[in-house]
Design a protein around this ligand. Structure first.
Ligand code: AMP
Ligand code: MG
Length: 419
């Protein structure tokens, strides 16, 4: 394992002076320019590399295929064959996948050859066995057959030394096949980014517990832990603290020791009960980002003992949207991946909406029969709408009048993950 890269700069969340409501794109550009990878690298076997972030470019140790070979079962010989009938004498033995055929095939002769076998010297063309009649000593078939037919050239897939996978890529199952085929048994990956999740609020109790009037269940923590886990991060449960600076300080100290970055939810605005903001302001390096975004409240961004803290709104809808839109791309960079701008698809709306100018809006949405539906209520407390949704519709900062059939930007939830 290598040494971890240095932490983020103290002023990494500073906003230009005099800014009031920052447009989403500006906020994202600022965040993007301030993030860098913070995780060390290690080597892991292919079986452990799925979903991990590559620490370095990976090059092919060997070409694929390593030698010219046959793509089919059939008979091999040298050169193309003209239109008309051909009869060729067979050499003894056969070429099969595995150890190479020993010997050479003389010009004008053919050899029995099986899929995957390297082409013996004297063979560059293969005729399909289905197109051949054969006895013990000869084969007969109709031309024409092009020189090189049914064969694969050495390196036609990947040349030795070529970059097969780029640093920052999240390893997929097919990447494992590519790495294995080109000679790798281990891959250089980064340690998983440890992302702590902390809920704050006097009103919160543990899911499944007995609720008194005035108490609500902590819904954000299971959701955020699951989102982060699905995105390939090491999601760490930091529990739940009341609106009490001392308890919050203990939790943040633990977070700084055990995690690379923390997501808190609740208490992040600038009000009297916003203890996360208050503590980060007095003892951390708090910046309130007032982003022109619905749903969203000010985001509290800070470093606590060099550990970045994303103070999310408590409202579960806003907490999820802010996690996907702001935290996810930043976490991707901290984890060693590229900044992820989610891929939106333009699809016809199944709804109407008259959107006012001034801020970007995200609606809970899903795709049915090629059209984008939005949840019946935009109420930001409606957790049922989050569960109903399969993605978000992104509406522009400017005014937008949408009628059924108009194209809208739909972003499936998975699109927010690093890749
Ligand atoms: P706050 O950001 O602390 O002002 O909270 C905004 C709203 O979200 C309040 O109604 C809170 O009760 C609610 N809330 C805060 N944290 C959570 C949570 N972890 N789960 C569910 N609701 C929450
Ligand atoms: Mg609160």
């Amino acid at each position: 394992m290598t040494l971890s890269p240095p932490p983020l700069h103290n002023d990494c969340f500073a906003l230009p002076a005099g800014v009031d409501w920052t447009p989403v794109d500006e906020a994202l550009a600022l965040l993007k320019s301030r993030m860098h990878p913070v995780t060390a690298e290690e080597s892991v076997s292919l079986n452990a590399a799925l979903g991990r972030v590559l620490a370095r470019d990976v090059t092919a140790l060997r070409a694929n295929p390593p030698l010219p070979n046959t793509a089919v079962d059939g008979y091999g010989f040298a050169g193309g064959k003209t239109k008309g009938d051909h009869v060729l004498p067979l050499v003894a033995g056969r070429a099969a996948a595995g150890p190479a055929y020993e010997g050479e095939v003389p010009d004008g002769h053919a050899i029995r050859i099986l899929t995957g076998a390297s082409l013996p010297p004297g063979v560059d063309t293969v005729v399909l066995q289905e197109d051949v009649s054969a006895n013990e000593t000869h084969i007969a078939f109709h031309g024409p057959i092009k020189a090189g037919a049914n064969t694969r050239k050495a390196g036609e897939d990947v040349l030795q030394g070529a970059v097969i996978l780029k640093a920052g890529r999240v390893v997929t199952p097919a990447d494992l096949a590519l790495a294995a085929a080109t000679g790798h048994g281990v891959l250089p990956v980064r340690l998983r980014l440890r992302v702590g999740v902390l809920s704050t609020g006097d009103e919160l109790i543990e899911p499944g517990g007995v609720a008194q009037p005035g108490q609500i269940y902590d819904a954000n923590r299971p959701m955020l832990l699951a989102v982060l886990h699905e995105m390939g991060f090491d999601a760490i449960d930091l529990g739940r603290v009341p609106d009490d600076p001392a308890a919050l300080r203990v939790a943040l100290d633990r977070a700084a020791a055990e995690t690379d970055v923390v997501l808190t939810s609740g208490g992040a605005s600038a009000g009297d009960e916003d203890h996360v903001s208050a503590l980060l302001r007095s003892e951390g390096t708090l910046q309130h980002w007032r982003i022109a975004l619905k749903p969203g409240r000010p985001l509290a961004l800070a470093l606590w003992k060099q550990t970045p803290v994303f103070g999310l709104p408590g409202n579960p809808v806003a907490a999820l949207v802010c996690t996907l839109v702001f935290a996810a791309p930043a976490l991707a960079v901290l984890a060693g991946s590229a900044w992820t701008a989610p891929e939106a698809v333009l699809l016809p709306a199944a709804f109407s909406k008259n959107k006012k100018p001034g801020r970007r809006e995200f609606l809970r949405a899903r795709l049915r029969e090629g059209r984008v539906e939005v949840f019946s209520s935009e109420g930001s407390g409606r957790i049922s709408g989050l569960s109903w949704a399969e993605g978000l519709v992104e509406l522009s900062d400017s005014a937008q009048i949408i009628a059924p059939g108009d194209l809208v930007r739909f972003i499936p939830f998975q699109s927010f993950a690093p890749r």
